[in-house]
Design a protein around this ligand. Structure first.
Ligand code: ADP
Ligand code: MG
Length: 319
């Protein structure tokens, strides 16, 4: 059986050229670039709660870092450093090799370096803290939305939630739709490039982890404003166009979590620039509504302007 120190040395000690000191000492030492704020975020993932205990380790390594990177994206931050706290029921070398592979592959793509962590025996748990850099004046804060701004969403939401419906036997999907949905559930892509390019263009942003309307409500509450969302304009994933249960698709699009798209607000004077950005980075950006004065609720409207009822709430671990 390999030791704790063998695990760290063999699987989690790749070079960290952008840190002053990486894995191996009591602390890592890092130096943010001049004029930058450090953006820091943690996400914890537990087997049986956030992922299936038998999840493929490569995609688990990817996903655990991806969801953390998504928080940096939503802040407009450049990814820099990560620490990884890992509880493992046993030292399974094949599992560790797969997990490290998935983790380091997405880390390299986004320029984030693993500079430390903690390793212990226990129920399988992956807790990652990421650090990024953002210029103070451009951080995309949730409390910065103003009445009159447009509301935008990247890509399309709903596929990860529909994958869970499929895995739970509650939805039938064509092979193409199944592939697209499972890919989104297991291998979400954090919108890092978008977040960075929204600096100075967008006022505020959040990543869609709990559901489009639920995450929008977080912005509304933090900013003290309301919102109108135009149901017909909310993008539906193309892969789901032929799905027989369009009510379920709609429910997943509006309320499904785990897609890690960005929801952001911007002044109407930025429309052309945002459309140009979408073309440049090859990612759909869709205007789906507007920030309005008033109570912090999102009103969904049909094409005629009638308010629609939506029985959707974001995920809450304690309810
Ligand atoms: P300490 O007892 O000082 O907390 P540890 O023995 O826990 O140190 O860890 C030794 C070194 O290995 C530290 O630099 C720590 O940051 C790093 N480390 C431990 N676990 C991991 C991990 N899973 N991934 C990356 N670095 C790790
Ligand atoms: Mg320790």
């Amino acid at each position: 059986m390999i030791s704790e120190f063998d695990i760290i040395r063999r699987f989690f000690s790749r070079p960290t050229p952008s840190a002053v000191l990486g894995v191996g000492d009591d602390c890592a030492l890092v130096r943010p670039r001049a004029g930058m704020l450090l953006a820091v975020s943690t996400d914890m993932m537990l087997a049986g709660r956030h992922f299936f205990p038998d999840a493929d380790p490569v995609s688990l390594g990817h996903k655990c870092l991806a969801v953390n990177l998504s928080d940096l994206a939503a802040m407009g931050a450049d990814p820099r450093w990560a620490v990884l706290a890992l509880a493992l029921p046993e030292a399974d070398e094949a599992w560790l090799a797969g997990f490290a592979e998935g983790f380091y592959r997405i880390a390299a793509r986004h320029g984030i370096e693993l500079v430390g962590g903690d390793t212990t025996r226990g129920p399988l748990t992956v807790s990652i803290t990421v650090m990024g850099e953002v210029p103070q004046e451009f951080a995309l804060r949730r409390d910065a939305a103003h009445a009159g701004e447009d509301i935008w969403v990247s890509g399309a939401t709903g596929q990860a939630a529909l994958a869970l419906e499929y895995l739970g036997g509650r939805a039938q999907l064509s092979e193409a739709a199944r592939t697209a949905c499972l890919e989104r559930l297991h291998a979400p892509e954090p919108r890092i490039e978008l977040g960075r390019r929204l600096r100075g263009l967008a006022a505020c942003a959040i990543d869609v982890s709990d559901g489009l309307l639920a995450d929008l409500t977080h912005i509304l509450e933090a900013s003290g404003v309301g919102a109108e969302i135009w149901d017909e304009h909310v993008p539906r994933p193309p892969a789901l166009a032929s799905c027989s249960d369009q009510d379920l698709v709609r429910q997943c699009v509006l309320a499904g979590g785990d897609d890690y798209e960005l929801l952001f607000t911007a002044a109407s004077s930025r429309r052309a620039a945002i459309e140009a950005l979408a073309a440049e980075i090859g990612l759909a950006l869709t205007r789906i509504g507007a920030i309005v004065p008033g109570a912090p609720t999102a009103v969904l409207r049909d094409a005629k302007g009638n308010a629609l009822q939506v029985a959707v709430k974001g995920y809450d671990h304690f309810r």
